[in-house]
Design a protein around this ligand. Structure first.
Ligand SMILES: [Fe+2]
Length: 83
């Protein structure tokens, strides 16, 4: 899903490649990986929410808001798995 988001931005920004940050390897235990996933979804929601609030272009604002909805779904999935 995150790759699809990057594809949207590649088209909008007319760039060839989106650089993803490098992360440490996955933990061998289930819950630390879910905790990390949860934190990433939370960061994404905050970032996209701020970007939507600051966007001057209505279409760009709409795209950021759509990403907030998608990431919120991901967060809800991760919360369900952490229970
Ligand atoms: Fe996500």
């Amino acid at each position: 899903m995150e790759g699809e988001h990057a594809s949207v931005w590649k088209k909008i920004l007319k760039i060839d490649k989106v650089e993803f940050p490098k992360y440490d390897k996955c933990a061998t235990e289930y819950n630390p990986n879910l905790d990390e996933s949860h934190a990433r979804e939370d960061r994404a929601i905050k970032f996209y929410s701020q970007a939507a609030a600051e966007a001057q272009n209505s279409r760009v604002k709409e795209i950021f808001q759509a990403f907030v909805e998608v990431e919120t779904d991901h967060l809800n999935l991760s919360e369900a798995r952490l229970k």
